[in-house]
Design a protein around this ligand. Sequence first.
Ligand SMILES: Cc1cc2nc3c(=O)[nH]c(=O)nc-3n(C[C@H](O)[C@H](O)[C@H](O)COP(=O)(O)OP(=O)(O)OC[C@H]3O[C@@H](n4cnc5c(N)ncnc54)[C@H](O)[C@@H]3O)c2cc1C
Length: 418
Amino acid sequence: MKKSKEIIIIGGGIVGLCTAYFLNKSGHQVSIIDKSDFTDNCSYGNAGMIVPSHFIPLAAPGVITQGLKWMFNPESPFQINPQLNANFFKWIWEFYKASNTKRVNKAIPVLKELNTASLALYKSLSESEEFNFQLNEKGLLMYFKTDKAFENEKHVAEKAITLGLKTDIISGTEVGKFETEIDLSVIGAIHFKSDACFTPQYFMKEIINVLKTRGIKFIENTAIEKFDFKGNVLKSVRSNNNTFEADEFVLATGSWTGRLAKELNIQIPMLPGKGYSFEIETQKVKPKICAILTEAKVAVTPMENGLRFAGTMELGAFNSKINQKKIDGILKSIPKYFPQLSKNDFENIKIWSGLRPCSPDGLPFIGKSKGFNNLTIAAGHAMMGMSLGPISGKLVTEIINEEKPGIDLSLLAVDRFS
Ligand SMILES: Cc1cc2nc3c(=O)[nH]c(=O)nc-3n(C[C@H](O)[C@H](O)[C@H](O)COP(=O)(O)OP(=O)(O)OC[C@H]3O[C@@H](n4cnc5c(N)ncnc54)[C@H](O)[C@@H]3O)c2cc1C
């Protein structure tokens, strides 16, 4: 039995909450501190997809060329907001260096293993007495309107099959057999059957309830700004009017992790990737399976209370402002795939925005920094944070308990860009 420790987790997104769960389960006393009130962050309004199929990292060959083309279209799903600081240039340089076949091939098995293990953890949570949430395990459909995109993704589908993921390539005429309650205007689809989805804000509320029942302390509206350390031991963390001491600390602060780590002299290049989502209640289009409108880069998820659309990546946008041109781009693309939907169906939508914590190589940071014995970092999950929440929490727990992590973490090393 490991010694029970006092542990402070900074950040109450999916990564911080899952970490609290697994640490508490292994006998530790846990407190979570957040600068907001635990009712909204990137982990609430996302598309809720749990994705073993997303084994290609964001930094991949061809992404830079495609990104540059999109830069000139204000309604495109991608934008870079350049910043005049060293973090931004470091990030871009590291992204460029990571966008090659050799690096991608190394990342593929790691991402697949992390996502598969995380889905298994979600399954066991959904089957446990403690949790009450629905996991939709019907897979994920990628819809295509163009031969070019379909052909490109067929290679990914073939790779998925070699990795042991159940995957079907579906021709245009067969697609209707899957989604009987929608008219689809597509030339084909790929069904990644090993994926799943859920309603993220329901899960967030549920895990907070579970953690409160387990006695975990929630400290809200408290932004951590400073750290007190002696040698390689972190002694306490400070907000503007409070100091918090503990044996161990976990930094799970999503997009803000780079800024906080700087206070500890740890270099973590991180950029926020702003995205949007909105929901409609409609009887016209009732998909059973979550989907990606591939060319438009829009995610569509059937949620408990409606149909959610999510998309856009505005890299470097450290704010929650809504860029209407990007929303127009999403709205224009939807009827191209779902001809039953028109502008009128989206009249009173409420737009949510969230900041994906993006690392330059598309892999999260999970581990201890060489500079500190009692600080573990778990951040930078970009487009897969919801999917990777449980496995991140489990790995952090193994690290703090000084157990051999169940997955090789060398590619996720916290100091890999130092
Ligand atoms: C449009 C969109 C769609 C997405 N769809 C999916 C999807 O389908 N599947 C998927 O897996 N992922 C998806 N994602 C990505 C996913 O939402 C994120 O990767 C994930 O939510 C990140 O979780 P996190 O816990 O690391 O960070 P966050 O959820 O951002 O939480 C970080 C927390 O740290 C707190 N914090 C920051 N600084 C401090 C400080 N100094 N002191 C105290 N607290 C602090 C913040 O207040 C925040 O609550 C999507 C994202 C977007 C935007």
